[in-house]
Design a protein around this ligand. Structure first.
Ligand code: GUN
Ligand code: FE
Length: 460
């Protein structure tokens, strides 16, 4: 097979580690069969004849992973934000999501969502659909067509919904989930299923137990919500009196990351990326044969997690999707992200549309920095604000690693890249590359994105 080889030339920016970035002007990033072959200031001899697309002084950065958002909620983004979580779900979200029983509405709404996501600063995303199987499959078809790489969940909910939005029983919900996983087997290249119990208040113990079985059988990752809001946390205590804390109510059913093996094998327990585990379609194998249940898991929010819960998140390699805009809009609070970073937890960023109103991951970076400053100033001066470098890392490698080697231009990473033209952000003085990137964080809009690659595919 002929190798697909090309290079992009421009001003290249990516994370060296969680605290530092690399900026290289007039440099090349090489893509070989969808994978980065490295960044070079001069093209090495072996690449001297490959096609080079010269971007001038435009910025070339790795793609962003939106680790948590709701596709059906895009339709009403920017409205209904004077409520807290539980009232917001009941009065706005559930009636809106019920509309996706109608496939023609779903088609109209999801076309807008997918088109906007394709043209946003997102290359990868972990997405909640609704409980409706046909509309979820339609969304997956459209996302596959877009060229983005995504994980999509048919939502499970068998209690505390509304008459229009609730599955008829745990059995029916589980059967529909199995049917969904069977329907999409082998159908996609870069669209993957992810099990999606909405949150504990929406799922009976019986349903959670069924989902635990499905996870073991199909080796699919899991996404849900955790410790977002005080009312929600108190409700989980009532609904699951035997759980020690909220996260334990997922763990009881094997839906909370990778259990450390009793005979600890660090190599196994640390390797918890969904791409190294996942389902048959994405070629992921599971280590359950060795008695280790590998369940790559994303929990959105973790605003009010207790010490015990945070320790279990760490021990079991659970990913935290930090969603600062949503946490502000529906008044949930400010997650202690500095603590999570310093503990070495996996933290990515999510827009949580439509708790968040914007699809922009640059905005998620700005919000992360801003709310961390308010938390530090007003709540806890022991937790220093998050820096630009740290928030950029979370938006790239932090969330990207849930998909595998994603979010960097180092050799061996999947080739996800965005080309940014910032000439409309005018300035009379010379500025550094870092300042150009920082300005894009705060000032960018659609005009600034002029190219996008995912796994080496040109998407726009
Ligand atoms: N918890 C349960 N469902 C939802 C949802 O749709 N959005 C948010 N932000 N939290 C939730
Ligand atoms: Fe959410």
């Amino acid at each position: 097979m002929k190798k697909e080889l090309f290079a992009l030339k421009g001003t290249i920016c990516y994370s060296k580690n969680q605290r530092e970035m690399i900026f290289m002007e007039d440099s090349y990033v090489v893509c070989e069969n969808g994978v980065c072959a490295g960044v070079f200031s001069q093209l090495p001899e072996e690449y001297k004849d490959i096609p080079v697309e010269d971007m001038g002084n435009r910025l070339i950065i790795p793609g962003f992973t939106d680790l948590h958002l709701h596709a059906p909620q895009y339709a009403y983004r920017g409205t209904g934000m004077d409520l807290e979580l539980l009232d917001w779900l009941n009065t706005i979200t559930f009636p809106q999501e019920a509309r996706y029983a109608d496939l023609s509405y779903a088609k109209k709404a999801y076309s807008i969502f997918v088109d906007d996501l394709k043209h946003s600063f997102t290359t990868r995303a972990c997405i909640f659909a609704t409980l409706h199987r046909p509309a979820t499959e339609l969304l997956m078809d459209m996302l596959e067509e877009s060229g983005l790489a995504t994980m999509v969940g048919k939502v499970n909910m068998d209690r505390n919904g509304s008459p229009e939005l609730q599955e008829e029983s745990a059995k029916a919900s589980a059967a529909d989930t199995r049917q969904w996983l069977e329907d999409i087997k082998g159908r996609y290249d870069h669209t993957y299923p992810i099990l999606t119990p909405r949150f504990t208040p929406s799922c009976t113990d019986e349903l959670m137990a069924e989902l635990g079985k499905i996870q073991m059988e199909y080796h699919v990752p899991v996404q849900s919500h955790l410790s977002e809001n005080f009312g929600e946390i108190a409700w989980v205590k009532e609904l699951c009196p035997t759980s020690r804390f909220y996260g334990d109510a997922y763990d009881m059913f094997g839906l909370f990351g990778t259990k450390p093996a009793s005979n600890t094998n660090a190599a196994h327990t640390a390797n918890n990326s969904a791409a190294s585990t996942a389902n048959t379609d994405s070629g992921i194998s599971n280590d359950s044969a060795n008695g280790i249940n590998i369940c790559p898991t994303i929990m959105a929010h973790c605003v009010h997690s207790t010490d015990e819960e945070i320790q279990m998140i760490k021990d079991q390699g659970v990913y935290i999707a930090h969603c600062p805009e949503s946490n502000t809009d529906i008044a949930s609070g400010i997650a202690p992200v500095r603590r999570y970073l310093d503990m070495g937890l996996h933290v990515g960023l999510g827009t949580d549309v439509a708790g968040g109103f914007s699809l922009s991951m640059f905005r998620a970076i700005a919000d992360t920095i801003q709310v961390s400053k308010l938390r530090w100033r007003l709540m806890d001066q022991s937790l220093a604000p998050v820096t630009l470098e740290e928030a950029f890392y979370m938006a790239t490698i932090g969330g990207g690693s849930f998909f595998g080697k994603v979010g960097s231009f180092e050799k061996g990473y999947e080739f996800d890249a965005m080309i940014l033209d910032d000439h409309n952000i005018r300035h009379p003085q010379e500025i550094s590359t870092r300042d150009r990137l920082e300005r894009l964080v705060y000032l960018s809009d659609d005009r600034n994105l002029v190219g996008k690659y995912v796994q080496g595919r040109k998407v726009i």
